[in-house]
Design a protein around this ligand. Structure first.
Ligand SMILES: NC(=O)c1ccc[n+]([C@@H]2O[C@H](COP(=O)([O-])OP(=O)(O)OC[C@H]3O[C@@H](n4cnc5c(N)ncnc54)[C@H](OP(=O)(O)O)[C@@H]3O)[C@@H](O)[C@H]2O)c1
Length: 210
């Protein structure tokens, strides 16, 4: 598929590398396509880096891999996203009283906010729940991490689930986009364990069944 990844940071480049390996066409949408760091990141993926609007224009799937505070302006810069699949990897992080938490929650989510900003797009929340290290290489000695996907468009959801499988995750349909209200605090648990409880960044949650 033609995938535009907006943001060529840790998440963007990890996804670019892994999806390229599965045969997808990657283009990065960035603010500074000619900067040395962006060029190096794109070369590592054998992908092009262009302005955000140009990247989004021809893409079937647009992946948001921007800091939360930049996400609205990135969507505006992308121009019309109506009719496209948008995968929102962001976590709406914010500091409150010196402690890292979520800027929205309980009666809303970053995913739903993205759907409001990206009018007419088919928005899915996914990939916010693991480290970029697992996005680049999802194979762990004990198996494969779960990747929960939330979105309202049942017709297009299989496409997004397949993209998660292509990365090596066990893709799990978690339900409607409003389930992002659960997936974003779930990501906070990962962040807490990684940074406050000494687990480091190279772990992920998996799903066991009986
Ligand atoms: N790191 C992780 O392991 C991880 C895991 C799950 C989810 N997430 C979420 O994924 C998102 C990206 O995280 P990251 O770690 O990849 O961040 P990062 O390494 O800081 O990269 C962010 C990228 O976004 C670009 N960007 C910033 N503002 C932009 C704008 N207005 N338009 C277009 N691009 C813009 C930056 O480019 P410039 O050089 O132009 O600033 C940079 O390439 C965040 O929302 C984060 O919460 C991260």
């Amino acid at each position: 598929m033609n995938i535009a990844i907006i943001g060529a940071g840790s998440v963007g480049t990890a996804l670019g590398k892994a999806w390229s390996r599965s045969g997808h066409e990657i283009v990065f949408g960035v603010r500074r396509p000619n900067s040395a760091d962006v060029k190096a990141a794109a070369e590592g993926v054998s992908a092009r880096a262009v302005a955000v609007a140009e990247a989004a224009a021809d893409a079937e799937v647009v992946v948001l891999a921007t800091p939360w505070e930049a996400t609205r302006s990135a969507i505006v810069a992308a121009g019309g996203l109506a009719g496209k699949i948008v995968i929102d990897c962001t976590n709406p992080l914010a500091y409150r009283d010196g402690e890292l938490g979520l800027a929205v929650g309980f009666d809303g989510s970053g995913g739903e906010q993205v759907a409001e900003w990206a009018a007419g797009a088919h928005v899915f929340k996914a990939l916010n729940q693991v480290s970029y290290l697992a996005m680049e290489d999802a194979k762990f000695p004990d198996g494969f991490p779960a990747m929960f996907v939330a979105g309202d468009d049942e017709e297009r959801k299989p496409v997004v689930l397949k993209l998660m499988t292509d990365l090596g995750f066990e893709a799990v349909d978690a339900g409607a986009l409003k389930i992002a209200r659960l997936l974003e605090p779930y990501a906070m648990l990962w962040i807490h364990l990684a940074y406050n409880r000494g687990l480091g960044r190279d772990f992920a949650f998996s799903l066991l069944r009986r």
